[in-house]
Design a protein around this ligand. Sequence first.
Ligand code: ZN
Length: 657
Amino acid sequence: MQNRWNPEDAARLTDDLAQCVYASRLLGADPALVLHGGGNTSVKIQQPNLFGEPETILYVKGSGSDLATIEAKDFAPVRLANLRRLTTLESLSDMQWLNELRGNVIDAAAPPVSVEAMIHALLPARFVFHTHADAALAIMNTPGAAERIRAVYGDDVVIVPYVRAGFPLAKAAAAIFQAERSERTTGVVLLRHGLFTFGETAQAAYDRMIEMVNQAEAHLAERVAPPTVAPARPDPQRPLRHELAELRRSIADAAGFPVILATHSDEQTLRFAQREDVAVVSQQGPVTPDHVIRTKRVPMVGRDTAAYRAAYEAYFHEHQARTGRSLAMLDPAPRVVLDPALGMVTVGRTAHEAAIAEDVYRHTITIIEQAAALDSYQAQPAADVFDTEYWELEQAKLKRLGRPPMFAGEIGLVTGAASGIGKACVESLLARGAAVVGLDINPGIEQLFDRPDFLGIRCDVTSEEQLIGALERTAQAFGGLDMLILNAGIFTAARRIEALPTEDWRRTMSINLDANMVLMREAHALLKRAPRRGRVAIIGSKNVPAPGPGAAAYSASKAALNQLARVAALEWGQDGIRINSLHPNAVFDTGLWTEEVLQARAKHYGLTVEQYKANNVLRIEVTSRDVAELAAEMCGPLFAKTTAAQVPIDGGNERVI
Ligand code: ZN
């Protein structure tokens, strides 16, 4: 592992907190050290209190921030002496302990104090750093881990056996550290948890952390060969979308809310999912309790969600009986699925959550593979996962969670999504919490938004093969399809019928009509499996009820699309799928309308551009965003009992009224 310390950068930082921020970011820059908000750092600073008396304050990373991007404000300042004194108490409940942690913070605007703050308080050095380094975890999750750790680090470390995070861990760590520390002690190893290093300067503590990780990596490198088994590759031609939609439906049913499923069928995940002992190694506790928060529970091996759910529920009742606590059961759905044909599927309420579960479990796979190659993988018993999942502080955190956004866990697909109404529809769905796939023939679609809940696919909608390929990618990225917004369409040059080229007519029909029939046909099986039942919103046109001269191809294609939607509403009602249409008119903030065209049209009617834009009953301009918001709402609960509706969004048109 690379030591990233740069003396020139560090020399510019004069105060201790800035040094701590700098070192924290270096630690956070390496995912093999800390993952997604895992790990924490602290510095002890003497400063005057309100009465002018000197007081030592522990600045410790608050929860909710990430070491990679941490800033000074993300550290919570806590009165050190008061924290240290707590360990003289015989016992403290989780809530009492949380109250003490909070009550000793001197800044009301500070983030919540990390549960590991107490260990930072107990270690006597000025700077204390803590990571969950992969290499150390691989060694620690084997039988006889303590001897192995001793072999790696000699007498330079104090070893603390596994104790559940919270006051018991702080107390155990304090006692063992006091009893066993010596002149040589430069680190603390919490078995099946992680490493602590410390020093009087940030650089000393950082260097020691990198050194300890390097020692663990060297130990593994001497004993563990990289895996060579090549996994059986699934047939790339075999579609997975229907199976994935089925799996997603069963997991969403267990969870009680829609979920995103991200499928990862690469060498590492397939190899792991195809291990003969996958059902043994994957069903233990996590490699470090920090990971419990992210993947919540043991993976599901195979696809029998009902059996997984039943096992979880039985376990919950057993846990409740054993601990005598009265608990509200969390949803009994897996967060990671291991399947020999799919590899790894990660589950989340959002694409971001599924991506975090992916990251965490990829590191878990590496750690399990290394531990198994070293000796055998042996983590905490699964009961400890339950203890952590249901401990009081985690329960308290859950109560603070607000209502999820309207489309959390759902997936929308929008055609013609690179610009205009289509792009606005993508934004409206994203704003409501959906994961969104945007199709467009414009290659710019692939970079339209750089975020985990958006997938842009370059696609010619007149190609059946490309449409089917896009649905396949949608299912692999997010698990299925809940909402379809059919927007892609063209408007060829205005021509009277006697001058209308056959080619213009056919092209208009193929994009505005045929492509939508194909996409609806192919999407039906996915929409049918949508946890909250599928929805289709069709961007029609004012030209359906009120066609215009010179627009024969466009008007006819949109009218035919309108009939297609009505028939679909009749046919798909039994599957709970709703299809509603919007008829926009005169939406000028789209690619079709350049300033020149607008000026020419306005002049034609003897109007200014402003008057022309608002040339409707309400005298109001209709924007792409207005149309998109209506399309999104039509997919939402407001229209739960409406299908085959046709709603104008045109500011009122006298010919339509
Ligand atoms: Zn930790």
